[in-house]
Design a protein around this ligand. Structure first.
Ligand code: ADP
Length: 427
């Protein structure tokens, strides 16, 4: 029977079982003999099979719907899972974006992002400083930076070439090491590092080595030429005397130069100096002036000390060397019969000593470099006076090592005013 073959085994079993139950119930109720039991069982099975065949379609559709519902619920579960993953992903991306923004803003390197059409789309805080800009407005790279060189580097990067170059930026005059890299969207990224200080220090070091060689070579060549002439013999007495005097001058200069260079080396390595102590400034200045009295008298100069009673806290030898240098320079550079006024004043936390003179002073264009090593306004005059060009730079180190400040002003006497401050002994 084809219909019976199409009925699934579980339905047969169910029908048989239910038929059995129904039959059993019928038997129990009617209390009929065993033939009636069989017919009751058959009746039960027939009833179940009837229901199965008549509702088969509906059952199938319910089953299908249940299956769809089960599938749908697992899809919903999967979607829920995906949506949770997605929110986590969005949060992570947001965190990364914030980290990137913070990183960009806190970088000391300047960063500029340029679009394909050469418009600047992002610029960090450091870059605003590099180009002296108060705030960012969407403009072209050239409008923002005013640098054709940067423009060229950005163009090269946009074409896919990564370039490194060092350039001086317009307006700020910063020496910047630029790295220009292509971006995935056809734009470019420019990263700039300020190397102005490093380059300046390298230049100072190079100049220093060149200067030392030059300064040492001059007296050494004079000494060797003088001795050579004297050794040749037959040098008239007056010329021999002049040669010996010149040799003495140059050997003294050489000795002074070596002493100054050693002081500088010690100051820079931090091995110069003694512990600070309380110093009566007026007393120290009188001692220094006494050391220079002969020179002052020869040049018929006037030298006075005035102002507050000061007690400073400093290394005695350092303070003495600074005051000696200021006063000795004033004596050297002012004319015969000139005037020097040493003024003492007490400031909030320090004592100030200012050495004023009525000499030529220092022209504004030299002032920024006057405390540099070997910097002289008039090199010929300085050498003639036995100067090494190192005095003021040594003073600067000495004052700063003692927590003070050093500076230059134009004096109301018409010439120079070199001043230094030191902490007060009581503060
Ligand atoms: P130097 O050994 O040449 O005197 P310093 O470092 O002491 O070296 O001084 C540097 C330069 O500063 C000098 O060469 C001089 O040109 C200038 N200078 C220093 N003091 C005075 C001053 N009182 N008046 C004018 N020029 C000065």
């Amino acid at each position: 029977m084809s219909t019976a073959r199409n009925v699934p085994l579980p339905i047969w079993l169910l029908a048989t079982a239910c038929g059995g139950v129904l039959g059993g119930v019928t038997y129990g109720l009617s209390q009929v003999p065993s033939a009636s039991v069989v017919s009751a069982l058959s009746l039960g099975a027939a009833i179940i099979l009837f229901f199965y065949f008549s509702e088969r379609k509906a059952l199938k559709s319910i089953g299908a719907r249940l299956q769809v519902a089960a599938q749908q619920s697992s899809i919903i579960e999967a979607i829920n899972g995906l949506s949770a993953d997605n929110s986590e992903l969005v949060r992570t991306v947001q965190h990364h974006a914030k980290d990137m923004r913070d990183l960009l803003e806190n970088l000391t390197d300047a960063v500029i992002i340029v679009d394909q059409d050469a418009t600047v789309s992002k610029i960090n805080e450091a870059a605003l400083g590099f180009f002296n800009i108060a705030s960012f407005q969407k403009q072209s790279l050239i409008e923002i930076t005013r640098s054709p060189k940067l423009q060229r580097l950005a163009e090269e990067a946009k074409l896919g070439t990564k370039t490194k170059e060092e350039i001086v930026l317009p307006r700020s005059k910063i020496t910047a090491k630029v790295l220009a890299t292509p971006r995935h969207d056809g734009g470019a990224m420019l990263v700039m590092r300020d190397v102005t200080k490093v380059r300046r220090l390298e230049r100072v070091r190079r100049d220093f080595v060149a200067n030392v060689s030059h300064e040492l070579r001059t007296p050494v060549s004079i000494l060797s030429a003088n001795t050579e002439t004297l050794l040749e013999g037959d040098v008239p007495g007056d010329i021999a005397k002049k040669l010996l005097e010149s040799s003495q001058r140059n050997s003294l200069r050489l000795a002074q130069l070596i002493a100054d260079l050693l002081d500088l080396a010690k100051l820079e390595s931090g091995t110069f100096g003694n512990p600070p102590e309380s110093i009566d400034v007026s007393e120290m200045l009188h001692q220094v002036v006494a050391l220079l009295k002969n020179k002052v008298n020869t040049k018929e100069q006037d030298i006075v000390i005035s102002g507050d009673e000061l007690s400073i806290w400093a290394d005695r030898l350092a303070a003495e060397q600074v005051f000696y240098n200021f006063i000795n320079n004033a004596i050297n550079y002012i004319p015969q019969g000139g005037r020097i006024e040493i003024r003492l004043s007490q400031l909030a936390n320090s004592g100030k000593v200012a050495v004023n003179d009525n000499g030529p002073g220092i022209a504004p264009k030299h002032r920024a470099r006057i405390f540099e090593r070997f910097y002289r306004v008039d090199p010929g005059r300085s050498k003639e006076l036995g100067g090494t060009g190192l005095g003021l730079s040594i003073c600067k180190h000495l004052v700063e090592n003692n927590n003070g400040e050093i500076g230059y002003d134009t004096s109301d006497l018409g010439g120079a005013c070199f001043w230094a401050t030191f902490p007060l002994a009581t503060s």
